[in-house]
Design a binder for this molecule. Structure first.
Ligand SMILES: [Zn+2]
Length: 269
């Protein structure tokens, strides 16, 4: 993890600027999430792409694993005049593990498993496509479980020269049955008792395209569609799906962009 990234940046645009005051709070680093606030009704664009704005003027910026080191934020007021800012994004080094000489073709899923994996991914994709206008996340984030980190965001394995998908979440080791808490207010967006890779799987919708996933659980304690508060028990740690030991895989995504949950939750208590 690189040191020295900015944890809090507050930009006060000129009081005469037409977009009004803008605050940006979060991690300006690859994998980081930034929560912005501006005048309701302003138009907010990042690198030319319009961002969702809640009715109270909140918006979210997510920097992916390999995000470029600069992004341009453009905020346009109701009179059409704009404020433009360049955001500097710190870059990171990720753990890369090369394993060569593996027997070929050992991990090809069976046809019936392929169909299941497709259905699982479609469900996950639907949740990541949500654009709920409420900023449920506004009360901030806590760790859903505490314990040693057994897997970090962004790490990657290269098997027989073939790069696999980078690890897109944080793994927290904890005994089977440990209560998992909602890290932030949310609506329960997906409950699945048996996904191929991730076993008992739960997804939460935190609003404005921010969602989170909880995998390998031994029990799910909430129902699809329910509203949960930060700290509400949502499940129990387990080892369901394709895993070797009990842990929580926690992923956070803004739209289709994977973010680093460990940055969002901050220092573990
Ligand atoms: Zn994981």
């Amino acid at each position: 993890m690189s040191k020295g990234f900015l944890v809090l940046v507050l930009f006060l645009f000129s009081p005469r600027a037409d977009a009004g005051e803008v605050s940006l709070e979060g991690n300006f680093i690859q994998g980081g999430l930034v929560i912005g606030k501006t005048e309701p009704g302003n138009r907010v664009e990042l690198d030319g792409k319009r961002l969702a704005l809640s009715t109270d003027g909140r918006f979210l910026i997510g920097f992916g694993r390999d995000a470029p080191d600069q992004a341009v934020l453009n905020i346009t007021g109701s009179d059409g005049k704009s404020d433009r800012r360049t955001l500097n994004v710190a870059t990171r080094q990720y753990k890369v593990q090369r394993i060569d000489g593996l027997p070929a073709g050992k991990v090809t899923p069976k046809p019936e498993d392929v169909a299941r994996i497709k259905a699982d991914n479609a469900g996950i994709g639907r949740v990541r496509g949500l654009d709920t206008a409420d900023a449920y996340f506004a009360g901030g984030f806590i760790w859903p479980v505490t314990g040693p980190l057994s897997g970090v965001f962004g790490s990657q394995r290269i098997l027989n020269g073939k790069p696999k998908n980078p690890h897109n979440g944080t793994d927290i080791a904890a005994p089977e049955g440990t209560i998992i808490k909602a890290p932030s207010d949310a609506r329960v967006a997906l409950v699945n008792d048996d996904m191929f890779y991730t076993g008992k799987t739960l997804m939460l919708d935190h609003g404005l395209g921010l969602t989170s996933v909880y995998a390998h659980m031994s029990a799910i304690l909430v129902k699809q569609g329910a509203m949960v508060k930060k700290g509400t028990p949502i499940g129990k740690v387990g080892k369901t799906g394709r895993v070797t030991g009990a842990h929580l895989h926690w992923g956070v995504t803004l739209g289709r962009t994977h973010l680093d949950p460990a940055l969002i939750a901050g220092k573990m208590p």
